[in-house]
Write a protein that binds this ligand. Structure first.
Ligand SMILES: Cc1ncc(COP(=O)(O)O)c(C=O)c1O
Ligand SMILES: N[C@@H](CCCC[NH3+])C(=O)O
Length: 472
């Protein structure tokens, strides 16, 4: 990897288009602790380091693009969620955000449970030794094979998503001579303030069973969810442990969770009235937001645990119910901030009066979130510090797609040059797990860094990997 000498960059007038209002940060070398994991800093030479290892060395050893995961930060976040919710609640890490065997082992060591939503995630969890009773299986279209594998291996809960699935899980459990613990996924009718594609509790979408009998009576409890409860309670091979609600993802305020908790508790009260049964569990899902840029203001686990605990307690008290065991399923909030993606800068193309396009050696194949959700990211020059003027940039990938954008709007120093390394923070969630081989890109490795040492936990794909699948 070249570390070229840096030619004088364009002048300020070239790099900040006239009339552009976004303000560059006071110091482009700053690392906002909101968006960077806890062991990230710059060394005396201004080079970004994580876990005591500098990015020049990391790039040399592991290449770019690559995801670098701050293991201490991951463990600290897991611990914070575990202690915030305490022994009377359960925290399930949502494996869809990022899953590997190392991650499963860390979760086991730190006492977390795991939410999986496919056979592949379940296989990874079991292969890495997660006790099956600590696994929950999700999915709106679980296959027979997935249901069978889950029941057979003894997962702690299957979250039922449709009437058809109730019958299918019951049938499989009966055939295998098991009594399967289940929850019912309820759609509570909350409009989460997030991107449409990642909001999951409004009525018109594919997940869950609606609580509402009609949209004008969201609290009525006379809808499909109540019917699902009736059906599950009538089946010997199913044990109804509780209800589940997940309102969406990248959510900052707890108001939506409060409404969800209230509606879920109203269903518990109805179940008690109708069936004389108090369901022991309520899962309020995941979805807690993280800081992708300095403008984002995420809540701490402690604050979330307190708010959710209080609302469930209050509602249960009002309904005369004993308080169920609460569980949550954070994915992004645990792994998102732990990781940054390191890229090498290639082509730099200033567009007069607009912005400068900075092309990197990855793109939408390692981070689809910008293209898919208009997600915002930040970026810094990582291989050196610079006191050059700020230049408005768009960081783009190398794919054949004009929407191949990694960071839509950001500032980098105007002396940026090909061969520099730049780092995009907060890429731990839904980047490697949603990575693709578009243009036959090789998916980047995930490298865990701690205590001055780095090790690959998911290796980089090779051309042989690509060709092995191509059997024609
Ligand atoms: C059922 C369920 N639980 C948990 C999560 C995790 O969400 P997040 O990573 O935003 O915490 C998701 C994804 O949105 C989900 O669908
Ligand atoms: N994949 C999405 C969130 C959906 C998570 C699963 N329901 C993201 O990157 O934000």
């Amino acid at each position: 990897m070249s570390r070229s000498a840096h030619p004088a960059g364009p002048r300020h007038a070239d790099v900040l288009p006239e009339g552009h209002h976004a303000a560059p940060p006071a110091d482009l070398n700053d690392l906002d602790p909101k968006v960077w994991s806890r062991t990230v800093s710059r060394n005396a030479d201004g080079v970004l380091t994580v876990g005591g290892v500098d990015v020049a060395r990391l790039a040399e050893e592991f290449g770019t693009p690559a995801y670098f995961l701050d293991e201490d930060d991951f463990r600290a976040r897991v611990h914070a969620w575990r202690t915030a919710f305490g022994p009377d609640a359960d925290v399930f890490y949502a494996g869809k955000a990022f899953l590997s065997r190392a991650v499963v082992r860390w979760l086991c060591e730190e006492g977390l449970n795991l939410d999986v939503c496919s056979a592949g995630e379940l296989a990874t969890a079991l292969a890495a030794g997660m006790p099956p009773e600590r696994i929950a299986l999700h999915g709106n279209n679980k296959s027979d094979a997935e249901i069978e594998r889950a029941v057979e291996s003894g997962v702690g809960r299957i979250v039922l998503d449709s009437f058809q699935e109730i019958a299918r899980v019951a049938h499989t459990a009966r055939r295998l001579g098991r009594r399967q613990r289940v929850q019912i996924r309820v759609t509570v009718g909350v409009e989460a303030h997030t991107h449409e594609f990642i909001a999951t509790a409004h009525e018109d979408q594919k997940f869950g069973l609606a609580l509402a009998g009609s949209t004008s009576q969201p609290e009525a409890g006379g809808g499909p969810a109540a019917e699902a409860v009736r059906r599950v309670l009538a089946l010997d091979s199913l044990e109804l442990a509780g209800v589940h609600s997940h309102i969406g993802s990248q959510i900052f305020d707890t108001a939506g969770f409060e409404v969800a908790a209230r509606r879920v508790v109203s269903l518990l009260a109805q179940v008690r009235d109708e069936h004389g049964v108090e369901l022991p569990e309520v899962d309020l899902g995941g979805g807690l937001g993280i800081a992708y840029t300095s403008d984002d203001d995420p809540r701490e686990p402690q604050e979330i645990a307190k708010a959710l605990g209080e609302i469930v307690e209050r509602e249960c008290e009002a309904a005369g119910l004993s308080v169920p065991r609460i569980s949550v399923e954070p994915g992004r909030a645990i792994v998102g901030p732990t990781t940054f993606t390191l890229y090498e800068v290639g082509t730099i193309k200033p567009l007069d009066g607009l912005r400068t396009y900075v092309s990197v050696d990855g793109g939408m194949s390692d981070n689809i979130r910008t293209a898919l959700y208009d997600a915002e990211y930040s970026v810094v020059l990582a291989s050196r510090a610079s006191d050059a003027e700020p230049m408005l940039v768009r960081v783009v990938g190398k794919h054949c797609e004009s929407g191949d954008i990694v960071v839509r709007d950001a500032f980098l120093p105007a002396d940026l040059a090909p061969g520099d390394l730049i780092a995009v923070p907060a890429t731990g969630a839904y980047c490697r797990s949603m990575a693709s081989n578009y243009n036959h890109a090789l998916r980047p490795p995930v490298v865990a860094v701690t205590g001055g040492a780095a090790r690959v936990i998911v290796r980089r794909e090779t051309e042989e990997d690509l060709l092995r699948l191509d059997v024609g």
